[in-house]
Design a protein around this ligand. Sequence first.
Ligand SMILES: C[S@@+](CC[C@H](N)C(=O)[O-])C[C@H]1O[C@@H](n2cnc3c(N)ncnc32)[C@H](O)[C@@H]1O
Length: 411
Amino acid sequence: MMLMALRNVIELLYNRFMYIALLGRQPSLSLAELERVYGSENVHSFSRSVASVNTEFFNIERLGGTLKAGIVDITTNHDDWSSISQQIISHYSKIFSKHEGKITLGISVYDFNVSSSQVQKVGLVIKNLLKKQNVSLRLVPNQAPSLSSATSHHNKLGLSDNKVEIIVARRPGSTIVARSTGSQNITAYSKRDQARPKRDAFVGMLPPKLAQIMVNMAAGKNATDTTKTNSMRLLDPFCGTGVILQEAALSGFQIYGTDLSEKMVDYSEENLKWLFQTHRVGTVTNIHQGDAMDTKWSQPIDLVASEIYLGQPFSAPPSTEKLRQVVKNCEFIASSFLANISSQVSSGTVLCIAVPAWKDKQGDFTHLPISKYFAKANLQQIKLKTVGNDPLIYHREDQIVGRELVLLEKI
Ligand SMILES: C[S@@+](CC[C@H](N)C(=O)[O-])C[C@H]1O[C@@H](n2cnc3c(N)ncnc32)[C@H](O)[C@@H]1O
């Protein structure tokens, strides 16, 4: 308790929060990405849903795990809703009174025990105060205390001075109020996912958001700096339909993909051709057939991001015997790949690998036993401070096969 109070005071004194990030459905994945991109010294978990990020620039378009971002306007060392709401009303009605043109306002409150009508009331008070000053305001209705990121995106909140979203986040004894700088562009994601000419349900549909997280985790602090990414080549040795290569190209990386299947090589090539035409990006690209267990890749390889072979898809938990066979097969491919890639990259090269993890009827996961191969392959796991040692598993409720992210560095 004492420690938390002390932390609040230090944070308030130095006003360390510049941005807040609203974390995704699996907050540890979002946190891991933020920590890699901005550094553990700049990223702190504030509450269950929100992290603070000390950075001068936050580009939500290039982060797969952040749902909304905002610049911090108010920090308090209490969490009393009635006084927070008064502060919000007085702060924002003053700012908005100077606005020209109609304002659209949304308010989202996280980790606070308040109702949607209590939240809406704050907006209505601001609206009425502004009306007296002849400033017109449209309030985005709250179905819940927070607006979904889809609602924020469709209302373009945070994207211009007149389209504002106030984001309020609480943890015991402390509250942050921020002004949104944008939410995840779900329209762009679904276009990148669904409008690609070649998709394949059997090899799996890696969501672009997760591919982005993986690229960022491998790239670390270089991820959002195109002066750096332009001169780095990312390898995906199990490239499939090319989702990781696509997201890497959008971040400016040179891309290099290989896959055992000629069909997948063609799919990746066609999807990237489409991306370059539709998204006005282009980069040095090399895609060819190769078995990740023994291929000799061309150099340079500056970073690796890859979703390895996940075994067959399952619609129900497999029998113990079936699971044993699939695990054995995936383990063989993964361990042989790690030994092969490690012999071809230089010390310090980072690899972000997605490997399968299988969910049973109780919701527990069977993990791929690959950590025993790391030392032999001169690889070590990169520890993340914000997320601890729990496995980083991306999965959906209805899926048996999840993807476990493993972050490694060549020793
Ligand atoms: C889970 S999928 C990757 C999907 C990919 N992330 C995408 O964007 O579509 C795994 C891929 O590994 C390929 N594969 C399987 N065994 C392989 C091997 N030994 N070497 C290289 N690729 C392999 C499969 O053809 C498949 O395309």
